[in-house]
Design a protein around this ligand. Structure first.
Ligand SMILES: [Fe+2]
Ligand SMILES: [Fe+2]
Length: 262
């Protein structure tokens, strides 16, 4: 089976890229499952039920999130009642929403999806993601032969360590959050596909999806600035992973960086 994971969708340009590029990718790669990180889909900050509906309508099966989870008040609608929305699992017990889900579809093995958030160079108030993910993999493994982990983290070391810990336990570990696609795709010896960062889906004539001029001003002046979502050179970025549905082992991993016609 083939799975596409789409890196952080940024604003309206990112949503447009998913809508317009995904059908072609689906045909070309014969995709079975599409997972996307949606933490920046609402104007760059967070996600709302409306924006999630757009993304689902474009063909995404499951949306994951990250540190921008709480940027939009309306996210609570997704946390409370959207079974296709997954937030980082390492929030304290009692936090609304779910840190994983299992996608069941006719003709496919059940696919577990776990989202976790790193702690190195990030807000440090979440639980240990390594312990949380290890526990969750144990819980999901008996019912889902294929498990995908979106590890939303800043440090390459933390992400690689997560991939190594889970080698042979899950089908793939892919990083998000830095918005810069890395070129280190690999299948570890135990059969787990890994990529440090999937990149982002949105305008790349920018700093991580925002107009670059105010970001430069911010660094020059140390004063706050507004960071509007940029407009041009829109790319859908992510990774296609081919998995043996019976064993859960990854067989191929291929980065995607696909332009939207302007
Ligand atoms: Fe992001
Ligand atoms: Fe993030």
């Amino acid at each position: 089976m083939k799975l596409l994971f789409i890196g952080d969708i940024v604003g309206a340009p990112g949503r447009k890229a998913v809508k317009e590029v995904l059908p072609d990718l689906r045909a070309r790669h014969d995709l079975d499952v599409v997972i996307a990180n949606g933490e920046n889909s609402a104007g760059g900050n967070g996600i709302t039920p409306d924006k999630a509906a757009d993304i689902f309508a474009a063909g995404v099966d499951i949306i994951t999130c990250g540190d921008h989870l709480w940027d939009q008040r309306d996210v609570i609608g997704l946390l409370d009642s959207e079974p296709r929305f997954v937030r980082p699992i390492n929030y304290p017990p009692g936090t609304p929403g779910q840190g994983s889900t299992v996608l069941e579809r006719e003709g496919l093995p059940p696919v577990g999806i776990i989202n976790a958030q790193g702690r190195t160079f990030m807000r440090g108030d979440l639980e240990n993601p390594f312990l949380a993910v290890r526990e969750e993999v144990k819980r999901l493994a008996p019912k889902a032969p294929v498990i995908f982990v979106d590890f939303h983290a800043e440090a390459t070391s933390e992400k690689i360590a997560m991939g190594r810990m889970l080698d042979g336990e899950v089908s793939a570990v892919v990083g998000t959050h830095t918005h810069v696609q890395t070129a280190d795709e690999i299948i570890f010896p135990g059969g787990t596909a890994f990529l440090c960062d999937a990149g982002f889906t949105g305008p790349h004539d920018s700093v991580l999806g925002r107009d670059w001029e105010p970001v430069v001003q911010r660094f020059l002046t140390s004063q706050p600035h507004r960071f509007p979502v940029a407009k041009s050179r829109v790319l859908l970025q992510g990774v296609v992973i081919e998995v043996d549905g019976a064993t859960g082992r990854a067989m191929a991993v291929e980065r995607v960086s696909e332009g939207l016609a302007e």
